[in-house]
Design a binder for this molecule. Structure first.
Ligand code: 3HC
Length: 302
């Protein structure tokens, strides 16, 4: 290895695009592990919201870490927040980044355009990554040149990001092995466990989780048991931390519908697969605006 190659493979400056729950969670975890982070969103209002998600979550961690010491709690939060800068200018924000992670709206065209724009400003060594949960990584990178495609990867985090240990590292057909290795090393460096997989719909977790959620909804539709009893059964009988309906409400019913409908329509190898057929119950709830915890109502009321 030349010194420059070694220096280039070390990831210390991270830019996260998108200050929602996922993006701010990723920024928080990276900053907690001493990385210099820039969080980017379209408006100051969105950035302030992201900052408040981070502060709230860090306070929760600090309270446990320094139970009786309020000064230590606020020092802990301030020190980590001090490593996070906020920006509304994506191109400027990636100009020194070693790793860029996109966590914006699940819209292929918007993501493709964003990366086309970012690739004009990011250094050549920068690893570009998407946190998409359901779109093909290779397709998100479609507008980029070959060199950029070799440094493009999926890094899929789970909700709540500070708490969930897994990150799926999704390899496309084009990605370089040294980029996969760097991504795996970085995931470990931020205290998470990597699982490397191919770029197929749902990667590992969502490919298994979505049929489970949809089948749970179908059990309810067939009146086999109530949502509460199905949740109790899976928590106490299978050891899951949340039952399927609690989890559906937590993830968001609109998100679940968006994913299954997308795969049923044209997911690679999944088109027409009955595991991902729409559900009358799910469609109705989404139509009524019962989207889960975030809207105050879903399968349960909050
Ligand atoms: N920030 C910091 N810490 C958090 C947190 C947050 N946002 N949310 C929870 N925690 C911590 C708590 O402080 C607590 O820590 P401790 O064990 O050290 O005391 C711990 O997590 C447990 O929290 P609670 O006691 O409040 O509540 P629970 O025990 O019910 O755990 C949960 C909450 C971690 C969310 C747990 O219920 C769980 O693991 N649920 C399953 C979540 C899951 O499956 N996520 C994946 C969803 S799918 C996805 O994200 C993919 C997407 O692409 C669709």
């Amino acid at each position: 290895f030349s010194t420059s190659t070694m220096a280039q493979s070390a990831i210390s400056r991270i830019t996260v695009i998108g200050g929602g729950q996922m993006g701010s969670g990723i920024a928080q975890v990276a900053a907690t592990h001493k990385h210099e982070v820039t969080l980017v969103d379209v408006s100051q209002e969105a950035l302030d919201r992201g900052k408040s998600y981070m502060a709230k979550s860090l306070k929760r961690v600090a309270k446990k870490k320094f139970a009786e010491d309020e000064t230590a709690q606020s020092q802990f939060v301030d020190e980590i927040m001090g490593r996070v800068s906020l920006s509304t200018k994506p191109q400027e924000a990636v100009s020194r980044a070693d790793l860029v992670i996109e966590a914006i709206v699940e819209n292929i065209k918007v993501k493709q355009d964003l990366f086309a724009q970012l690739s004009k400003a990011a250094p050549q060594h920068t690893i570009l990554a998407s946190n998409t949960s359901s779109l093909p990584i290779g397709k998100i990178a479609e507008l980029l040149d070959e060199q950029r495609k070799q440094r493009f990867i999926g890094l899929h985090f789970f909700n709540p990001v500070p708490q969930m240990k897994l990150v799926e590292v999704v390899r496309t057909k084009e990605v370089d092995q040294d980029v996969v290795d760097s991504a795996v090393a970085w995931v470990k460096a931020i205290g998470k466990a990597p699982a490397v997989c191919k770029d197929t719909p749902g990667f590992i977790v969502n490919r298994l989780l979505l049929p489970y959620m949809m089948e749970s909804i179908r059990l309810l539709e067939r009146d086999v048991a109530s949502a509460q009893d199905i949740d109790t059964a899976m928590k106490l009988g299978a050891g899951y931390p949340m039952g399927p309906f609690e989890l559906c409400d937590y993830v968001g019913l609109d998100t679940i519908k968006f994913i299954v409908d997308g795969w049923h329509k044209d997911g690679e190898g999944l088109k027409g697969n009955p595991l991902f057929s729409s559900s009358r119950k799910l469609d109705e709830l989404v139509k009524q605006g019962r989207l889960g915890v975030k809207s105050g109502k879903g399968f349960y009321d909050y």
